[in-house]
Write a protein that binds this ligand. Structure first.
Ligand code: FEO
Length: 171
């Protein structure tokens, strides 16, 4: 069974993952209004991934015999002047999530909960990818600058992103 400390930390992370989903949905709405439908799709898929993370953690708490604790999800910001600011926020947000995930893995280690530590390692790897994706997009946006044609090409690229459940049901 999970310790109370790990149950609390994992429950807080479930809420943080759902907040991330909320944050990305708010961003999707903003870029949709800017006419960047493909980017809105990218952010919507990102939100779906965050919900999958939250649900995965919620199920893990239950599977370990503990009860997840619930709290309010904060209101996300929804005011960005341009797409650059949106993705700067994506990167800073994911950097913050990485710190939270590392702190959670550290608690699991301190409590000698090897199973939970192993569970967290998936998220440690995932955060490397999340930060790298956000950095790559910011680099592309820097190269694009004020070139609307190139921005629309990138937006088109974003339109093809599809949600793939990282935790498909086991049969
Ligand atoms: Fe749940 Fe963006 O990491």
């Amino acid at each position: 069974m999970l310790s109370d400390k790990l149950t609390k930390a994992l429950s807080d992370q479930v809420i943080a993952e759902y907040y991330s989903a909320y944050l990305y949905l708010a961003m999707a709405a903003v870029v949709d209004r800017m006419g960047l439908k493909g980017t809105a799709n990218w952010l919507y898929v990102q939100a779906q991934e965050e919900m999958a993370h939250g649900t995965h953690m919620f199920e893990y708490i239950l599977n370990r015999g503990a009860t997840p604790a619930f709290a309010a999800i904060d209101q996300p910001p929804a005011d960005y002047p341009d797409i650059n600011e949106v993705f700067k926020k994506v990167l800073s947000h994911e950097e913050m999530v990485t710190k939270r995930i590392n702190a959670l893995a550290t608690i699991a280690m301190e409590e000698f909960d090897h199973a939970c530590y192993q569970f967290m390692m998936w998220y440690v790897d995932e955060q490397v990818e999340e930060e790298s994706n956000a950095k790559e997009i910011l680099d592309k946006l820097k190269l694009i600058g004020d070139n609307t044609g190139l921005l629309l090409t990138l937006d088109n690229e974003f339109a093809s992103r599809v949600f793939v459940n990282p935790f498909p049901p086991q049969v």
